[in-house]
Structure formats: C-alpha cells, structure tokens
Design a binder for this molecule. Structure first.
Ligand SMILES: *[C@@H]1O[C@H](CO)[C@@H](O)[C@H](O)[C@H]1NC(C)=O
Length: 229
C-alpha cells in the first residue's frame, strides 16, 4: 500500500505541475463563469484551473499523510499477543522486542503498531481509502467541468486584438481527437469527451471502494472473524 501510494503521489505531483503551468499561461484569458450552471460573470481560464489545482493539492497532502502514517504489524501471534515468541526465547522479553524491531526494519518500517489482533486493524484500510475516495471526488468534479465545457463550445477571442472572427483563439476546452476517431456510428462528426467520461467512471468506482473498508472493519469480531472473506 505504501509503495502504491508513493507511485500515486508522484503522478499527482506531475499533474499539479502541468495544470499549474496551464493556469499561469491562461491566467488573464477571460471566459464565461457559471454559477448553478447558468452564465454568471466573467472569470479567466487560468483562474478556473486554480480551483482544480487547490483540491488536488489537498488530495496530495491527505494521501501523503495516509502513506506516512502506515506502520508495521510486527511479530505478533495469532491473537496479537507475543506469547509464542516469549516461549521461543525462554521468557526473555527483551529478545521478543528485539526480534520485532529487526523484522520491522528489514521490512522497511520504523513504526510498529503497539497493538494488533490477528491482523493489523482494518481501520488502516479505511484511512488509506479515504483520501483515495476524496481524490476520486476531485477527479470527478474536474472531468465533469471539462465535459460540460466541451459541450458548451465556448468560443474564445484574443482580448488584445480587434474582436472580429479573425481573433478567435479557439474553443475553451476540447479533448484531443485522433485523425480516425469517430463520434458514434450514427453521428461520426461528434467529438465525445471520452477521456473525461472514463475519469468520471473510474472516480465513481474509487469512491465506492471506501464503503468496503468501512464494512470490513466494522465486522471484525474480537481478534478477527472470517465471514469477511
Ligand atoms: C477484510 O478483512 C480481513 C481481515 O479480517 C481480510 O482478510 C480481508 O481481506 C478483508 N476483505 C476485504 C474485502 O477488504
């Protein structure tokens, strides 16, 4: 889990960096802002992107916290006690502690959970999946904004030039389109924002996964039950 979160943090940092460059580039480009999805007031393309970036930065912080909090279960027996190790070392408690530290270090962990049952607490799964589900909400919001913008076909003019059609910069947001990509069998001219659609779909799946951790953690009877398998 820790390694996986590290991969994710790197990708997220790249995304934030690219989006920041985009926001800086278009910081002064005016566009129509919406409240309640109704045309409201002018904003800028770059400013809108900063709303996305801020949420991604919070996700980065939360995921990093979750990763850095992950500890090691340690060398503990089937009910979470160290009775079998104590017997192995003829009652030498120090050796039991030392073994646990050595095993943890070999596994790349400094922090060992002081108390466990047969397994590490499934609350840990909740704490890892929570910031991931939250990232899902951020990604879903961003991709939905992109889908709506792609549909609106808002045309942008160069504010510094004379406003006739020769100054049209382009549409605010459009997904890249392959040369052979077709919209649908009946309407080949359509340009569906299919990348954003996929982001939304995967995001919903990510958000739903957290429910599993909540359910699983809540049914851990005593030291552990097996009805969760
Ligand atoms: C639920 O927790 C148990 C530990 O009691 C674990 O073995 C199992 O993989 C978990 N199941 C899911 C679906 O997370």
């Amino acid at each position: 889990m820790r390694t996986g979160l590290t991969y994710l943090l790197k990708s997220l940092a790249v995304l934030i960096s690219r989006l920041s460059a985009f926001a800086a580039q278009y910081r002064a480009l005016p566009t129509l802002g919406f409240t309640h999805f109704q045309p409201a007031q002018l904003t800028t393309v770059g400013k809108r992107a900063t709303v996305w970036i801020q949420e991604l930065l919070w996700d980065l912080r939360n995921i990093k916290r979750a990763r850095d909090d992950i500890g090691f279960r340690g060398a503990k027996g089937p009910t979470g006690t160290q009775a079998s190790f104590l017997a192995l070392f003829d009652g030498d408690h120090d050796k039991v502690e030392e073994l646990e530290k050595l095993v943890a270090t070999r596994s790349g962990f400094q922090y060992i959970y002081p108390v466990t049952s047969q397994t590490y607490s499934r609350k840990i799964d909740i704490d890892v999946l929570a910031p991931l589900a939250s990232l899902g909400a951020t990604a879903h919001k961003i991709a939905t904004d992109l889908r709506l913008l792609a549909s609106l076909k808002v045309v942008l003019f160069d504010a510094n030039a004379n406003s006739d059609m020769t100054d049209v910069i382009g549409q605010e947001v459009e997904e890249p389109c392959e040369s052979t990509q077709i919209g649908s069998s009946a309407m080949a001219y359509k340009r569906n924002p299919m990348l954003s659609e996929r982001v939304c779909s995967l995001s919903r799946h990510l958000m739903v996964l957290q429910q599993n951790a909540l359910m699983n953690s809540s049914v851990q009877w005593f030291e552990r039950t097996f009805d969760d398998r």
